[in-house]
Ligand binder design. Structure first.
Ligand SMILES: [Fe+2]
Length: 260
């Protein structure tokens, strides 16, 4: 059995609360929970939006807090991140692409791909030819069951605001994945809501944000009227065994607004 921890959308800020939530206390709560219950997991994947505004102090302080984790961290970029600052403050596997925060690692019987879907200057995601070529080359080299992590979902999920900002050209991305029978599961961040399904025969899940949650699509809301849903954050506990993948969605702190 191999376990992996999955966190997403930390939106950490070194300069005060985000939507009234103490981002420092929230990450400390996640670190404490993981160290207490999952210290033998193979790693913690963070599927993007590590920080709320991409500044030097944000990355420095976040890296300092996450250094207390007893398992290795696998950080990824979202639309709120800065690639250069992320690389300055976190280490990536040696095979990471030089211009993108995109890399592969093996755990147990599985291969894990962490993709970079950032499109600089946009909240929507992109996956350019350079990244797609790397994906083809990497998937061609292994027959291990492969789990793919990416920030932007490649399909609409019935979430009006987030759907607009999904991965552009997601159909082409999915058509590419479909060519590789070993692709076992797709894990996406960005939407701040837990949704699971199957697309092109590939099972997928999204995850709550570690910080604040998006409301359900009904009643309708827009970014202008947005206010976080009163729902507690969760992390994913992935258990991998042979061809089996299970995900537990666990609350690591009981309240939506404070870690206590
Ligand atoms: Fe995002």
């Amino acid at each position: 059995l191999t376990q992996l921890i999955w966190l997403s959308d930390l939106h950490f800020s070194a300069s005060g609360p985000v939507f009234g939530i103490d981002t420092h206390a929230r990450i400390v709560a996640a670190v404490d929970y993981i160290n207490r219950h999952h210290a033998t997991a193979a790693g913690c994947v963070i599927s993007g939006d590590l920080v709320n505004r991409g500044g030097e102090r944000d990355y420095a302080e976040l890296a300092r807090i996450l250094a207390a984790l007893r398992i290795p961290v696998f950080p990824m970029v979202g639309n709120h991140d800065n690639r250069e600052l992320l690389r300055e403050h976190f280490s990536l596997p040696a095979n990471a692409m030089s211009d993108f925060v995109q890399y592969q690692w093996d755990v147990g019987d599985h291969s894990i791909l962490c993709l970079d879907t950032q499109h600089e200057g946009s909240d929507a995601g992109a996956f350019c030819v350079t990244r797609a070529d790397w994906l083809d080359a990497t998937l061609s080299k292994t027959t291990r069951p492969t789990l793919i992590f990416m920030h932007h979902p490649p399909l609409p999920l019935g979430l009006p605001m987030q759907d607009r900002d999904r991965l552009q050209d997601g159909d082409a991305f999915l058509a590419r994945l479909k060519r590789y029978a070993q692709v076992a599961y797709l894990f996406c961040g960005h939407v701040h809501r837990p949704i699971s399904g199957v697309v092109e025969g590939i099972p997928f899940s999204t995850l709550r944000s570690a910080l604040y949650q998006a409301p359900p699509p009904q009643p309708q809301w827009t970014w202008d009227t947005f206010s976080p849903a009163k729902e507690a954050p969760q992390l994913g506990v992935l258990t991998l065994s042979g061809s089996h993948v299970t995900i537990e969605f666990n609350e690591f702190c009981p309240s939506y607004g404070s870690p206590n």
